[in-house]
Design a protein around this ligand. Sequence first.
Ligand code: OKP
Ligand code: ZN
Length: 348
Amino acid sequence: MRTVFTPLHALHAPATEFFRGERVPCFEKVDRARYVHEALVARGHRVDAPEVDSRAVLPQVHGERYLAFLESAWARWLALAPATPERQPCPPTRPIRTLRADCEPAEFSAQVGVFCMDSGTPSCAGTWAAAQAGADAAATAARWVSQGERAAFVATRPPGHHAGPDFMGGYCFLNNAAVAAQALRNAGAARVAVLDVDYHHGNGTQAIFYERADVAFVSLHGDPRTEFPFFLGHADETGAGAGRGHNLNLPLPAGTDAQSWFQALAHGLAHIRQSHAQALVVSLGLDTFENDPISKFRLRSDDFLRLGERIAALGLPTVFVLEGGYAVDALGLNAVNVLEGFEAQAAV
Ligand code: OKP
Ligand code: ZN
């Protein structure tokens, strides 16, 4: 499969994240993309650098003020106090109910409270450059597919699906899957479907397209009553306004095994078949794997071959975008299994 990768992902390399009240080494680490890239090369997949500038697409999926905040964030943070590996932007206040999220404070730390949904998304000097490179990679894969490639895979990090219209969170800064979907729309696909198979609900992607009829969102994920991101991803969220009926959430309990997971996938795929989509974006989180350290589904490496087959059977031009997956040693194998299952089925 044609794949897109850039070593610039490694510019995003914060040392620690805040977890259960203490600093722990980041789960979302540089080795993730490194191992996926190694597996792609080892299995003979074609790997190219990004060749599209995503700057035209970014304001179509993110607010201008959020983008300006993100681009300048590290310089403004350094202006407050010198960098140490431990120091991380951490908001003193968040605009929870009855506080005004529409008044953007002038103070940088307070702005973090407006533009970041959680306290577990560390950043560093290279975060913006790495995130931008990932968005460029997503736009590149979308171009290839819109120009006739059957499918393409974006081997990138940090992930994107928790990043909403105007906020970061859940290790995500720019929503790469949304960039790919919007780029496919811009290139002429009248309707696009996004299938999110990451363990965690893609709250950012859902929010970006929630009131739109031209991009459907279908997600299988751990039930938000017990799993991150907790505050979105319920089955009763079906879209609003023009987007009514174009959002499908399939929350599943922690502990779900492959058999039940593939039953839910069949529902999601049936919804996509009825959506008249002309192109597909897959938010490919591999944290549904049985050995994932922060997730609780029980798929095995062979199951990812079957996942690729099922997706290919839709018969749609497809952009795969890497999202989560924290069992780093197995990440390369699990990723190429999806791509090779897809190619085997697509050849039939
Ligand atoms: C990003 B993606 C666990 C803390 C949980 C949020 C998880 C974000 C997952 N140490 N932090 O969807 O894989
Ligand atoms: Zn995830």
